[in-house]
Design a protein around this ligand. Structure first.
Ligand code: UT7
Length: 359
């Protein structure tokens, strides 16, 4: 069987309208615009308004991606949603999105690996496409973290923002899409980035609420050290696995967590900052949504173009890391549809020649 690759043929994003600036935090916390910009690179972020939910934001981003791909929801064979902040713990938000999109009864699942979720989901979609079982996959990264942060914890609440990004991955026989990936996890660092209550370990009881265990807790220094330790190495490994060198990478689209972490990863991979896309100043850290949102903006601004080789590099809760080297290729007719047409052509030629010989 010919090899099948997953080309990114559509992309879309949704960010809430509500802009929260550093000045807004200055009004209610002991913090400053100067500290936030210097330590993180963030100037503002978007927060979901009351009533806005993960499934709706995802659907908006997905519709935009399907529009660019020129596909209908019914053309999808698979939906993978990466999020740590679904509408509910159960049912899975992926099924709600499938329903809202009107994507037929297509397979849909939610994948939870924190901020690395989108890269894990993209690598997973690629496997389904390579196996021949899927032609069009929708991959979404989405978060509403503003509902899970403690507004009195200045070390975490200033960092995060809400948003959604989506891509359509389509089967093709041209080598493109995810050329290689490097996925990893180290659960020994679980407590450094954790939302303690709401799972089976600590149900949401009055006591848990009094202890504020329903909010995200982070040991920023430890996460920072972890990120600078793993990112450069993961990036170098993924580039090597793809049979490429750093010079072959046109643009790094990193997880937007902290501009200092991004600079460190680029330095370690020997890539100049001109080859790195940064939009953290506008959106803060949107966790699993940050890479697909950044990808959309890089394409919109012409920083990424069809034909480019990109590196998606991320780290987050788990602790986890994930890098993918992705080539954006010109869109062709999906491989399975072309195959169907060729088999029809083969049947037609065979059939008409047997008709002629029987005449
Ligand atoms: O997607 C993965 C999610 N997590 C991350 O990416 C987090 C990675 N870590 C970080 O980005 C950084 O560790 C932070 C931005 C969270 C913190 O920056 P830092 O340079 O590591 O600061 P620090 O934690 O060492 O704190 C330095 C000081 C402390 O004061 P003292 O103890 O020196 O008096 C903090 O209390 O800064 C203080 N501080 C703040 N000051 C003003 C912490 N948060 C703030 C704040 N405003 N918002």
């Amino acid at each position: 069987m010919a090899e099948r690759y997953g080309n990114i043929v559509g992309w879309g994003k949704y960010v809430p309208d509500r802009v929260v600036t550093n000045a807004d935090f200055e009004k209610r916390l002991d913090t400053s615009d100067e500290w936030i910009v210097a330590r993180t690179g963030i100037r503002e972020r978007r927060h979901a308004s009351e009533g806005e939910v993960t499934s709706q934001m995802s659907t908006a981003a997905a519709r935009e991606a399907l529009g660019i791909a020129g596909l209908r929801p019914s053309d999808l064979d698979l939906i993978i949603v990466a999020t740590s902040t679904p509408d509910y713990l159960t049912p899975p938000v992926s099924s709600q999105i499938q329903h809202l999109l009107g994507a037929g009864h297509v397979g849909a699942f939610t994948l939870v690996t924190g901020c690395t979720g989108f890269v894990y989901a993209l690598a997973t979609a690629q496997q389904f496409i390579a196996s021949g079982s899927v032609t069009n996959a929708l991959v979404i990264g989405v978060e509403i973290i503003s509902r899970f942060v403690d507004w009195e914890d200045r070390a975490t609440c200033i960092l995060f923002g809400d948003g959604a990004g989506a891509v359509v991955v389509q089967a093709t026989d041209e080598p493109c899409g995810v050329l290689s990936f490097d996925l990893g996890s180290d659960g020994s660092g679980a407590e450094h980035l954790i939302l303690p209550a709401g799972g089976a370990a600590i149900p949401v009881t009055h006591e848990a609420l009094v202890k504020k265990q329903q909010y995200l807790r982070m040991n920023g220094n430890e996460v920072f050290k972890f990120a600078t330790r793993v990112l450069g190495k993961s990036l170098r490994q993924a580039i090597a696995k793809a049979g490429l060198t750093a010079d072959d990478i046109d643009l790094i689209v990193p997880h937007q967590a902290n501009v200092r972490i991004i600079e460190s990863a680029a330095r370690q991979a020997k890539l100049p900052m001109e080859k790195v896309f940064v939009n953290i100043h506008k959106y803060g850290n949107t966790s699993a949504a940050s890479i697909p949102i950044a990808l959309c903006e890089a394409l919109e601004e012409g920083r990424a173009r069809v034909g480019d080789t990109l590196a998606f590099v991320s780290f987050g809760a788990g602790l986890t890391w994930a890098t993918a080297i992705v080539k954006l290729a010109e869109r062709k007719q999906p491989v399975s549809r072309r195959k169907r047409w060729f088999s029809f052509l083969g049947w037609f030629i065979r059939d008409s020649s047997s008709l002629r010989s029987s005449e």
